[in-house]
Design a protein around this ligand. Structure first.
Ligand SMILES: *Cc1c(COP(=O)(O)O)cnc(C)c1O
Length: 496
C-alpha cells in the first residue's frame, strides 16, 4: 500500500507538547538576562508542536520506508552491498574501543593498536603486499594517497613523469584522483574483448608515464588475464602499476595482487570486508605497497616492538605497539589521527570470524552467484561481453530500448518487485548498461526471485513497454525529477 507521510511540521498543532514539566519551584530568570543580546533570536524558532507519540510514529514510519541490505536484495554493481554480520557491530561498539581518546598515550590503548597492527598483517597476507596503511577514509581517498606515493617515488628517483594511463572502463574516481594529484590523464581504449589491449599498451606506455591505474577484475566483471604481461611492460619502462582493488571480493582467497606484480593496491573495507556503507556513511580505504614503496606510506605507522625475554620456561611476553612517525620520505598524514578505526575493527572481526577457510570461500561464492545470474538472464537480455564473469557482470538493455523501455525503466521496474535497482549506465563503454553484483551472501532462492522479476520485466516490455515506463507504482514516491533536487534544492520549510 502506498503510504504518504506528511512533514512533521504539517502535524503540528498549537500548544501541543511531548511532555510537561512540573511547575518551577525556584525563582525563574528570563533567558534574556542570561545570554548576551547579540546571540538572542529575534523571532521564536518555528518548531513543530507535537505529542510524543506523534514523534515516535512519524520517525518509525519514515525508518520503515528505508530500503537496505537488511530488508532485501541489493544488486548494486561495483558497490558490493553484501550482508554485514552483526558481530562486527558488537565488537566495534565495545567500550574499550569507543572510549579511547585519540590524544591518549599509546601505552593506554595497546589493545586498539594491536587490532590495527594485526589487521595490517592479515591484509598483507590476503593481498601479497609488503605493507599497508589503514589511514585513508574511502576508496577515492586511497587512490589519491596512492597517487601521492607514486609522485614521491618518482621525485626521489629524479624522474619527471607527468602522465597516468587509465583504461576507459575505469571507475570515475580513478581519473579524478590522478588529476587531483597534478597528473595528466591519458585514457587507453579497451579491446573488443573488454580487456586491456596489450599491444596498444606497449605503444602508449612511454617514459613520461608514471603509472597505469587498473581495476582487476575490471568494471565489466572480467579478469585482466594478461596482468603479468601488463606489469612487465610497465616495469620495463620504469613505471608503476596501481590496482584499484575496490572489487577485491572476486579475488579473496583465490589470487593475490602482490603476486601478479601490482606495486600499489587499495581496498575498500566498506565493500569487500563487510562494513556497512551507503548514504555517505564512513568508509576506509587501506593502501598496500611493495617493499620498495614502504618508506613513502603515510605516517604514523603502527608498529610492534617485541622484547620477549627470559628462558623457555619463564618467558615474559612483552609486545608493545607504537605509532612511528619517523619516516622522512613519507607523504605525511592523510587523515586526522589514524582514520576510521571503527571500520577497521569491523573488518578485523569479519576476518577472524570467517577464518582462513571462510575467507577462501568468499571469492568463489561471489563468482558463482554472479555467473548463475548471468547465465539465467542471458536469454532475455543482451550480454555485450559474454564470458565467464567474476563477481559481477554487465547486461545491456539495447534490445528492450528498441521496444521503448530503457535501462532506467528496467531499474525502476525492479522497485515494484521489491528489489533495489542495479547500477545503470556504468561502465560508460556499455550502451544501456545494467551492472549486477549479487555478492556471496545471497541464497539461491533470492537469486531465483530476482531472475523471475527480470524475466517478467523483459516479457512485459515485449507486450506493453508503457507499463514498465510507468513504474514504480508501489513506492511512496514514483519518479522524481532526476536533476531538480540538485539544481534547485529546497531545504527550507515554510508555512506558506
Ligand atoms: C567504489 C569504488 C571506488 C570508490 O570508492 P569510494 O569508497 O566510494 O570512494 C573506486 N573504484 C571502484 C572500482 C569502486 O567500485
Amino acid at each position: 500500500m502506498k503510504q504518504t507521510e506528511s512533514l512533521i511540521f504539517e502535524k503540528s498543532s498549537p500548544g501541543r507538547r511531548c511532555f510537561v514539566f512540573p511547575a518551577c519551584d525556584v525563582p525563574v530568570k528570563p533567558i534574556t538576562d542570561l545570554l548576551p543580546q547579540n546571540v538572542l533570536r529575534k523571532d521564536d524558532a518555528e518548531l513543530p508542536e507535537v505529542s510524543e507519540i506523534d514523534v515516535v510514529r512519524h520517525f518509525t514510519r519514515l525508518s520503515q520506508k528505508n530500503y537496505c541490505v537488511d530488508t532485501n536484495f541489493y544488486p548494486l554493481g561495483s558497490c558490493t552491498m553484501k550482508y554485514n554480520p552483526r558481530t562486527n557491530e558488537e565488537t566495534a561498539r565495545l567500550e574499550g574501543f569507543t572510549k579511547v581518546h585519540p590524544y591518549q598515550l599509546t601505552e593506554q590503548c595497546q589493545g586498539t593498536l594491536k587490532v590495527l597492527y594485526d589487521l595490517e598483517q592479515m591484509l598483507k597476507n590476503i593481498c601479497g603486499m609488503s605493507a599497508f596503511t589503514l589511514q585513508p577514509a574511502a576508496g577515492a581517498h586511497a587512490e589519491l594517497t596512492g597517487m601521492l606515493i607514486i609522485r614521491a617515488y618518482m621525485e626521489k628517483k629524479g624522474e619527471k613523469r607527468h602522465k597516468i594511463l587509465i583504461p576507459d572502463s575505469a571507475h570515475g574516481t580513478n581519473p579524478a584522483s590522478a588529476a587531483l594529484c597534478g597528473y595528466e590523464v591519458e585514457s587507453i581504449r579497451s579491446g573488443r574483448n573488454g580487456l586491456i589491449d596489450v599491444k596498444r599498451l606497449r605503444e602508449v606506455f612511454t617514459h613520461d608515464t608514471a603509472a597505469i591505474m587498473i581495476t582487476n577484475p575490471n568494471t565489466l566483471g572480467l579478469f585482466e588475464k594478461d596482468i603479468l604481461e601488463i606489469c612487465r611492460i610497465v616495469h620495463d619502462c620504469g613505471g608503476l602499476v596501481y590496482c584499484d582493488g575496490a572489487n577485491m571480493n572476486a579475488l579473496l582467497g583465490i589470487a593475490r595482487p602482490g603476486d601478479m606484480g601490482i606495486d600499489i593496491l587499495h581496498l575498500n573495507l566498506h565493500k569487500t570486508f563487510s562494513t556497512p556503507h551507503g548514504g555517505g556513511g564512513p568508509g576506509a580505504g587501506p593502501v598496500g605497497v611493495t617493499e620498495e614503496l614502504q618508506c613513502f606510506l603515510p605516517v604514523p605507522r603502527v608498529e610492534m616492538i617485541d622484547s620477549t625475554s627470559g628462558g623457555d620456561t619463564e618467558k615474559e611476553i612483552q609486545k608493545k605497539y607504537i605509532f612511528n612517525d619517523n619516516y622522512p620520505d613519507s607523504i605525511g598524514k592523510v587523515r586526522a589521527f589514524y582514520g576510521h578505526i571503527g571500520m577497521m575493527i569491523r573488518t578485523y572481526t569479519y576476518l577472524l570470524s570467517l577464518g582462513r577457510e571462510g575467507v577462501c570461500k568468499v571469492g568463489k561464492y561471489a563468482i558463482l552467484n554472479a555467473n548463475y545470474l548471468q547465465h539465467k538472464l542471458k536469454k532475455y537480455y543482451h550480454i555485450p561481453y559474454d564470458k565467464t564473469c567474476m563477481h559481477e557482470f554487465v547486461l545491456s538493455a539495447t534490445k528492450q530500448k528498441k521496444k521503448g523501455a530503457s535501462a532506467l525503466d528496467i531499474a525502476k521496474g525492479l522497485l515494484d518487485y521489491g528489489f533495489h535497482a542495479p547500477t545503470i549506465y556504468f561502465p560508460l563503454i556499455v550502451e544501456e548498461a545494467i551492472m549486477i553484483e549479487p555478492t556471496e551472501t545471497e541464497s539461491r532462492e533470492t537469486l531465483d526471485a530476482f531472475v523471475d522479476a527480470m524475466i517478467q520485466i523483459a516479457a512485459s516490455i515485449e507486450q506493453r513497454p508503457e507499463v514498465v515506463k510507468g513504474s514504480p507504482k508501489t513506492t511512496p514516491i514514483g519518479r522524481p525529477d532526476e536533476t531538480k533536487a540538485a539544481r534547485e534544492p529546497n531545504v527550507k520549510w515554510s508555512k506558506k
